[in-house]
Design a protein around this ligand. Structure first.
Ligand code: SF4
Length: 476
């Protein structure tokens, strides 16, 4: 049975609701007394000292360091309006399946708590999410809008506010949210409609989720001046969706509605829910999906190129950077000459990102690039790029594809092949005994391979094994 608590004070609610607001809340929840102490002005009138200034890298839960465009980070108060939810999402700790104590703010209480934290410079923005109260999605979103209105008008806060819109909210309330928020998001949860029916049978993909997203897009396009950004979130691995499904959906979201971000959350089973026995999704998959998202959004890779990184089940290789896999699938395009390659080819080269590609383009207008030190100064990751670039005085190492051919794996590569090859190489290294030190031409610290914590990890320059067939050194 779910019990909604109305008795606890706002400090207790702040602890409970900020902890439920996301997986990525940093650190362990502190004692309620910590919140109380941090939010209570000192009687002697001395300047208040925000908790995160004492431990900059470890702010208190409820304060979330979010990355902003341009690489800046800001501290947000991240909380739910209520962690009660009448919905039946099979993956969610807030769903009605889970019997635990629930909390809910009152509008003024949350507005005041945020205003106090902002005034004390503990936070410079708000991320407000919620479960869906018994009165429905529209009423819940309306309560959140009223809170933001109080923060904006009564407490005169003009900064960043990211407001979740509950799936199924009516159009007039979405419009009100759009007037007040800096960023709005409706969680899509999974890329396909059948997947959503498996995870959240009470939700409607078209009317509940895609319609509000299209309204937000229309309102943003109609509004002049500063635009409201839109984002969404997917739970990965719960609905047996493939990475190809996810690519198809993010293509539509970035293309049609110009979403700022799609966030991926790996599925974790929650006790008491229908999926409590389901296998959790490895964090590596989340990481690879963010890499794929980056290729799409920042590097502007075409979908046909990205698909080269999928195996025949439409999944990314968990052990390989998708950009490197795509490069290996196009051996005829490499190595690229860093002194003459166009921007698009530089961006397709492993180890070179948008910033380093731009620096290379500007540098070579006046100078010839002929050494690794210059390239590394420009931000190129030598370890990743060395097999794929050529410049005066640099004889590129054979590409990984060539290495595979040396091992007799010259057929078309699949992710399974690469994993097999890696295991084979690890085995050959084990059989060959300990690696002599000082053999790794790319490592700055040649004398201490045996003690190196990276030794043996894939892609590490020191992780070299001997191919028993050819007796040649190969990269693991
Ligand atoms: S609607 Fe949101 S909060 Fe409610 S159960 Fe589903 S995912 Fe959880």
């Amino acid at each position: 049975m779910v019990v909604i608590s109305t008795e606890p004070d706002r400090f207790e609610k702040l602890k409970a609701l900020s902890t439920m607001a996301g997986d990525d809340v940093l650190g362990r929840p502190p004692a309620v007394s910590q919140f109380r102490r941090d939010l209570t002005p000192s009687g002697d009138g001395r300047t208040y000292r925000a908790p995160y200034s004492r431990k900059e890298k470890n702010p208190m839960p409820g304060i979330y360091k979010a990355s902003m465009p341009g690489g800046k980070t800001i501290s947000l108060m991240r909380t739910m309006f209520t962690d009660f939810c009448m919905m039946d999402c099979h993956f969610c700790p807030n769903s009605h399946w889970v019997p635990r104590r629930r909390f809910a703010y009152k509008v003024d209480e949350l507005a005041k708590t945020f205003a106090e934290m902002a005034e004390r410079q503990m936070v410079s923005g708000l991320f407000l999410s919620s479960g869906i109260m018994g009165s429905g999605a529209s009423r819940t979103t309306q309560k959140m809008v009223e809170t933001v209105e109080a923060i904006r008008k009564r407490h005169k806060f003009n900064g960043y506010i990211h407001l979740k819109v509950m799936p199924g909210t009516s159009q007039d309330i979405v419009e009100a949210a759009h007037r007040l928020g800096t960023r709005l998001s409706v969680n899509i949860e999974t890329p396909t409609d059948p997947g959503l029916q498996r995870l959240s049978p009470m939700k409607d993909m078209n009317r509940g989720i895609l319609d509000p997203m299209s309204w937000i897009d229309r309102l943003t396009k109609a509004r002049t001046g500063e635009t409201v950004g839109q984002a969404t979130q997917m739970i990965v691995g719960a609905a047996e969706e493939s990475d190809a499904d996810i690519l198809g959906r993010i293509t539509q979201l970035y293309g049609d509605w110009k979403l700022k971000r799609v966030y991926f959350v790996p599925f974790r089973p929650v006790r008491y829910t229908p999926m409590e026995e389901h296998t959790p999704t490895p964090s590596e998959r989340e990481y690879r999906l963010y890499q794929m998202d980056w290729l799409k959004r920042v590097y502007r890779f075409e979908n046909d190129e990205i698909r080269l990184a999928f195996d025949n089940r439409g999944l990314l290789d968990l052990d390989q950077d998708p950009k490197a896999v795509i490069a290996l699938e196009n051996p005829e395009k490499f190595p690229v000459d860093v002194n003459s390659a166009d921007l698009s080819m530089l961006l397709r080269t492993p180890g070179i990102g948008p910033i380093s590609a731009d620096r290379i383009m500007r540098h070579r207008r006046r100078f010839t690039i002929d050494n690794w030190r210059d390239l590394q100064t420009m931000g190129v990751v030598r370890k990743k790029a060395r097999g794929f670039v050529v410049m005066p005085g640099h004889r590129p190492e054979p590409s990984k594809q060539l290495r595979l051919e040396l091992l007799g794996h010259s057929e078309p590569r699949s992710s399974v092949d690469l994993r097999d090859v890696k295991q084979e190489l690890v085995a050959s290294r084990t059989n060959a005994g300990p690696m002599p030190t000082g053999e790794h031409s790319d490592c700055a610290d040649r004398a201490s391979c045996a003690g190196c914590p990276m030794f043996g990890s894939p892609g590490h320059p020191g992780s070299v094994a001997v191919n028993p067939a050819t007796r040649e050194a190969v990269q693991v």
